[in-house]
Write a protein of this length. Structure first.
Length: 278
């Protein structure tokens, strides 16, 4: 966790230079529009503060992600603030924005049913809420979609069996921060998960008020060669989104699900199918 802009900038500068050996203090200063590279050297040495007007240009020149840029901007405010109360506020923001190292549980074929039923993931998330009550009836009433007491009880039992949930003194405890499937998990189970959550989203679009939800959809054209980079950007966005908005158990009072779908709408036609004639 960085608490000095000079340390963060030096580390990110070294990373950029490893990727691009021609990147230097002088070229960076020129890129930022600084009259002298001496001013930049003072910033890197911690002898000069970072002017607000350079925050985003510096972040862009160092290839910082959206989350890293937000952290950098908050860190500048943290350094500039005068009172201890304000410093405490910015420190909390920095702690919330810093990259989280998540303890991950990798699931194999034996965990097929976890992916088959989204309720496993939902209950694992729900138990972290401050107002959670370890009672199937409470869970049933809390969830917007229909489910049975028996299904809830079976899911909790299965989560314990799979070592994804523990119970101590009547309190359910989530084990492992994140769940990730291995490549040999049957894809049909994962497909079923996405289908069911898409169905829930389809139903809730007419049930929830606009103030409670956010739905966006659009079509666009893309080169096939850009697809992998587009998917990478979506994964990065998802991680940054979770790092910024996922409240800890002491703060959360609602449970949401974010669906992200990216899929092709067209077939690749050969000349015969296109009706091309010579």
């Amino acid at each position: 966790m960085y608490l000095q802009t000079s340390t963060l900038l030096n580390d990110k500068f070294k990373e950029k230079k490893r990727r691009n050996p021609s990147f230097s203090i002088r070229s960076w200063a020129t890129q930022l529009g600084l009259k002298s590279h001496g001013a930049l050297q003072q910033m890197l040495a911690g002898k000069r503060g970072i002017p607000k007007k350079y925050i985003h240009s510096m972040a862009k020149s160092l290839d910082l992600s959206v989350g890293e840029t937000m952290y950098f901007e908050t860190l500048v405010d943290f350094e500039k603030t005068k009172t201890q109360d304000e410093k405490n506020i910015y420190y909390e923001r920095l702690n919330h924005l810093r990259p989280q190292k998540r303890e991950v549980k990798f699931l194999d074929v034996e965990h097929y049913k976890y992916f088959q039923n989204p309720l496993h993931s939902i209950i694992r998330t729900l138990i972290e809420r401050e107002d959670f009550v370890n009672d199937p009836t409470w869970i049933q009433k809390t969830l917007r979609f229909k489910t049975t007491i028996r299904e809830i009880e079976e899911v909790i039992k299965r989560l314990k069996t799979l070592d994804l949930l523990d119970e101590k003194d009547g309190k359910l405890i989530k084990k492992y921060k994140a769940i990730q499937n291995k490549t040999d998990v049957p894809s049909k189970a994962v497909q079923e998960f996405h289908k069911k959550m898409s169905t829930v989203a389809q139903e809730e679009v007419s049930k929830q008020s606009v103030s409670e939800r956010e739905y966006n959809s659009f079509c666009f054209n893309i080169k096939k060669g850009q697809l992998q980079n587009a998917k990478k950007r979506l994964r990065e966005f998802t991680q940054e989104f979770m790092d910024e908005f996922e409240a800890n158990s002491k703060q959360s009072d609602d449970t949401y699900h974010l669906n992200i779908q990216l899929f092709s709408l067209t077939n690749k036609l050969d000349k015969k199918d296109q009706g091309v004639t010579k």
